[in-house]
Design a protein around this ligand. Sequence first.
Ligand SMILES: [Zn+2]
Length: 289
Amino acid sequence: MPELPEVEALAAFLRENAVGHVLARADLASVQAIKTFDPPLSALGGLEIAGASRHGKFLDLDVSGLHLVVHLARAGWLHWRTGLPTAPPKPGKGPLALRVHLESKDGTPPNGFDLTEQGTRKGLAVYVVRSPSEVPGIARLGPDALEVDRELFAALMAGRSGQLKGALTDQTLIAGIGNAYSDEILHAARLSPFKGADKLKDDELVRLFDAMRATLTDALDRQQGQKAATMKGEKRSGLQVHARTGLPCPVCGDTVREVSFADTSLQYCPTCQTGGKPLADRRMSKLLR
Ligand SMILES: [Zn+2]
C-alpha cells in the first residue's frame, strides 16, 4: 500500500510532469472508484493543473480550484503514460480505474496517467471536490507524521490506549503511516508492536519518534527522483522486517516473524523488539491445535 513516502513522491512527480498542463479529460473505467458526483468528473476537462500535493496518504491534484483527490488504498498505483490512445478505455475490464489525459501541446499523442488497482478487493477511491476537506478521510486526518514534533508526538501517544501498531497506523491520530512503515518504525525503535502506546517510558518515546522521522525521511530520499513505475521496487529494497517473514533480520540475524490477522499481518524481529519472545499468532496457534 502506498504510504506517506510513496504518495509524497507521486505528488512531486506530478508537480514536475503534470502541473502547468491542461487536463483534457478523465475517463472512468471503474464506476465504483468514484465517490462523488458534484462537481462531475467532466468538470475537470479543459482546466489547467495548478498543483499536486499530499494529505496523509491521499494524493490531491489542484485543477484550477477543483480538486481531484485519490486514495490508492491497498493495491492502487499511478502509472505515467506517454502517448495515450484517444479511444476511451472499456469499463470494468482489468485493473484500470481512471485514465487522465493531458492536452497535447504540439500535436503529438497526449501524455497522462492511469490509476490502476490490482486484485479483486477494490478500495481505490477518487473524489472531485471544491476543497480537499470535503473528503471525509481527509477531514478526519490527524497531524502529518512529518510535521509532528517530539512534544506533540509524546502527547498523542500518552492519550492513546491500545497497541503501538494500531496507534501508528491510525490516520486520525497521525497521518501518513500504514502497515509497512509502522513495522519498519517499530523495528528501528526496538519496540514491540503490541506494547501499549500510553505505556511508553521517556526514552522509548524518544526512540519511537526518532525512528519515525528517520524511517520516513530515508524512504522519501530513496523515492524522490524515482520514476513512478520503479517506486514500489525501491520501497521493497529499503525494508528491514516488513514482508520479510522467515528471512534474517538485517540488524541481528534473528528470523523475522509474523503475526497474522483476518485480512492483514505484521512482521517483527523477536531479538530486536520483544526480548527474544515470539508474539502470539492466532493463525499459527490454530494450525498447531
Ligand atoms: Zn533483529
